[in-house]
Design a protein around this ligand. Structure first.
Ligand code: UD1
Length: 431
């Protein structure tokens, strides 16, 4: 088992370069299944979720060739199966995108239900509703979702999202790209990775308009050809490093960001007394004064992202006063609070709201990462704390952050990776 050992209390200084967006990559890689040609994808983050998706595509008959650490060529001209293996798909939430992509191209797909969840019930009824409206027969049996279209080609449909869903918006967009006719998604999600997926598909020959607004129109085309596409920088990774500087103090230049994507996060940090200077594709983040308390509510984009909620809670646990953090997307995303309390944080959770009374200092402790973003937040807590923090179950962090330890060490953090003798294998969680 791998642990991070962090000796906290050091300010961060220097430059960090943000990698490609995880939540764009985990959609764009399955979307390559729609393409009857070779997709060259650049700025792919080197994370374990991506490696797993490459393996899944290879099992389906795709040829996956890494040109360098961030560039991959995926050739889906000879796909031989529409049933990705359970052993791989149940380990990753984003495997649901295989449904939309395989169904859209081949008129059939059979994919295991995305497994257990960390922050409440995670239904996929909206994905299914969309596929059904486009003419698919969708059944769930034996832990698998099987979707088929008799005619082998979906048809366009008008689909209203009862709830804003990132996954359902992307999945329906994929399924509709090769459908017969026009599909309209109303009340669509607007996250940067929605736009990135639409841009990827369009660069392969799709006809998608309106991504980034409430209404997306997809005019189905006969075929998608190959092409080259570069994934956007990761909004949440950038936000995580911004939160780290806010918590520890110091000054860091965050490189390879789209500042517009960061507004929802930057504005909260500024309220807390953090100085942020924006340039073309960089943000200079500086914090030297005491942190101020504030209120944060997570919402779909352009609201404050739920995937930054644990990280901002850590920063607020060091602010001078009482803050409130309200989770507006998931039912149960405060599991990490128990770990922070072990480090001396004063946080009371009542339903979907956490009241955080800032403390002068956190102290290092043995703690567990319980999911990807919670893990990142606990790293930040360890960096800001006095003394030694031993963080385990770091495999969650490595699913979504490229070389987090190396990037933090380059900023002056005292963090190291150690292998300790295997204990009981931690339960697999899905993020
Ligand atoms: C994605 C992200 C996740 C992020 C979330 C919200 C990936 C792989 N994961 O998850 O990190 O926290 O967006 O930004 O990109 N819902 C339904 N029915 C559905 C689908 C969703 O009721 O069929 C509900 C969910 O329970 C939740 C809300 O809609 O309350 C938003 O979920 P959604 O945006 O779909 O999240 P994911 O795509 O699973």
């Amino acid at each position: 088992m791998t642990q991070y050992i962090i000796h906290g209390g050091r300010e961060l200084f220097g430059k960090v370069t943000v990698s490609g967006a995880k939540n764009a990559a985990v959609a764009i890689i399955p979307a390559a299944l729609l393409v009857d040609g070779v997709c060259r994808i650049e700025n792919v983050p080197e994370i374990s979720d991506v490696t797993l998706l490459f393996s899944i595509l290879e099992e389906l008959g795709a040829k996956v060739r890494l040109l360098n650490r961030q560039t991959v060529e995926i050739d889906c001209r000879s796909i031989c199966s529409t049933q990705p293996p359970y052993e791989l798909t149940h380990r990753i939430r984003a495997s649901y995108y295989l449904l939309g992509a395989l169904l859209g191209r081949f008129g059939e797909a059979s994919v295991s239900m995305p497994g257990g969840c960390d922050f409440g019930v995670r239904p996929i009824d909206l994905h299914e509703k969309g596929f059904t409206a486009m003419g698919a027969d969708v059944v769930t049996e034996g832990g698998f979702i099987r979707a088929t279209v008799e005619t082998k080609r979906l048809h366009g449909a008008n689909i209203y999202m009862d709830q804003v869903s990132v996954g359902a918006t992307m999945n329906i967009m994929m399924a509709a790209a090769l459908a017969d006719g026009v599909t309209t998604i109303d009340n669509a999600a607007k996250e940067p990775h929605i736009v990135d997926l639409a841009n990827f598909l369009n660069s392969m020959g799709a006809d998608i308009k309106g991504a980034g607004t409430d209404t997306i129109k997809i005019r189905g085309v006969e075929q998608l050809k190959g092409g080259t596409y570069c994934i956007i920088p990761d909004q949440i990774e950038a936000g995580t490093y911004m939160a780290a500087v806010a918590a520890t103090g110091g000054q860091v230049l965050i490189q390879n960001v789209i500042p517009k994507h960061m507004d929802c996060i930057s504005s909260k940090l500024v309220e807390m007394g953090v100085h942020i200077t924006e340039e073309d594709d960089t943000l200079l983040v500086r914090r030297s004064d005491p942190l101020l308390p504030t209120s944060v509510k997570t919402l779909p984009y352009p609201g404050f992202p739920t995937d930054m909620q644990p990280q901002i809670a850590v920063v607020l646990s060091l602010a001078d006063g009482v803050s409130r953090v309200t989770e507006g997307v998931w039912d149960n995303r405060f599991k990490y609070v128990a770990e922070l309390q072990r480090m001396g944080a004063d946080i009371k959770v009542d339903g979907k709201t956490a009241a955080i009374t800032g403390v002068a200092q956190l102290t290092g402790a043995p703690i567990h990462a319980c999911d990807l973003r919670a893990g990142a937040a606990l790293v930040i807590a360890g960096l800001a704390a006095q003394g030694e923090t031993q963080l385990d179950q770091v495999q969650y962090i490595e699913r979504g952050y490229e070389n987090m330890v190396g990037k933090l060490r380059a900023l002056g953090a005292n963090i190291e990776v150690v292998d300790i003798p295997d204990q009981i294998e931690p339960e697999k969680h899905i993020v």
